[in-house]
Write a protein of this length. Structure first.
Ligand code: NDP
Length: 284
């Protein structure tokens, strides 16, 4: 068996075309969806992610602003900027690019974002609403992963889903979304005993670990759907996922590549959340 590729670039483009149209409808009311991105420090990967987000906004006809600070900036200056953006009617979404320098209290800074502009969905209110199945901003990476199932017509009801990784930004919200969609979910992490045995039970396997090619073909149930969230840079400079694509694609029924899978969908769903926030604000 060779797995079908779940193409994040193609799905992202399709969804973004729809967002552009919705942004044009808002423009008729004199409004443009606006995203502010805050970047602290000089981490090269973060700089690339921020650039991609700003470019995606421009292509979709959104307004965007980048606020970049050196790593040694006083945290209070960034808190002040967030307060200013919270009150700015041009801005419907505020994103703080993570990770932040060590002297920052990440939780406190994310909590400073107004809940109605928390398009990353990381604030405690949003997380609580997600757990309760109430309307909320769904964190962009797991939201993007869910879109693959929808697009490919993959039903999750009654399926065994295994999520490897339990971070607040990927693993935990991913598990919650899969559970809401009717899957029976197991969450694995660094203390899990016999990871392979868990993975081999999975009809749906999501890898969000941050370890290059850790999930190999022999850990995958034949016919499983594999979502690879990992983005790892190899010594030769190439990117790879947490799944060993070459061996996995011979066993899985569907698989996301890296690059070109979950990554572009994360940015796409950031646009979706920003647009939704702008539409809510237009309707109030
Ligand atoms: P974290 O480092 O926050 O979490 C990694 C998780 O993997 C932890 O729960 C950790 O367990 C678990 N883990 C580590 N080693 C093992 C192991 N040997 N066996 C089982 N579990 C293990 O990472 P993130 O969730 O933020 O990101 C995960 C990956 O996804 C990274 O490669 C990141 O770059 C990528 N990413 C990609 C995005 C995209 O847009 N495509 C967006 C966000 C992230 P424990 O909790 O016990 O430490």
């Amino acid at each position: 068996m060779t797995a079908q590729i779940l193409d994040g670039n193609a799905l992202g483009q399709k969804l973004r075309a729809g967002f552009k149209q919705r942004a044009e409808e808002l423009a008729l009311q004199g409004m443009r969806p606006g995203l502010a991105v805050i970047l602290v420090g000089e981490d090269p990967a973060s700089q690339v992610y921020v650039r991609n987000k700003v470019n995606a906004c421009a292509q979709a006809g959104f307004h965007s602003e980048k606020h970049a600070y050196p790593a040694d900036i006083e945290p209070s200056a960034v808190f002040d900027k967030i307060a200013e953006l919270n009150a700015d009617p041009k801005i419907h979404g505020i994103l703080v690019q993570l990770p932040l320098p060590r002297n920052f209290d990440t939780e406190a800074l994310l909590d400073a974002i107004a809940p109605e502009k928390d398009v990353d969905g990381f604030r405690a209110e949003n997380v609580g609403a997600l757990v309760q199945g109430q309307p909320c901003f769904i964190p962009c990476t797991p939201y993007g992963a869910m879109k693959f199932f929808e697009e490919a017509g993959i039903s999750l009801k009654g399926k065994e889903a295994v999520v490897v990784g339990r971070s607040n930004i990927v693993g935990k919200p991913m598990a919650m979304l899969l559970m809401h969609a009717g899957a029976t979910v197991t969450v694995c992490h660094s203390q899990t005993r016999d990871l392979k045995a868990h993975c081999l039970r999975a009809d749906i396997l999501v890898a969000a670990i941050g370890r290059p090619k850790m999930i190999t073909g022999d850990m995958i149930k034949p016919g499983a759907v594999v979502i690879d969230v990992g983005i790892n840079r190899l010594p030769d400079g190439k990117l790879c996922g947490d799944v060993d694509f070459e061996s996995a694609k011979e066993v899985a029924s569907f698989i996301t590549p890296v690059p070109g899978g979950v990554g572009p969908m994360t940015i796409t769903m950031l646009l979706a959340n920003t647009l939704e926030s702008a539409e809510r604000s237009a309707n109030t």
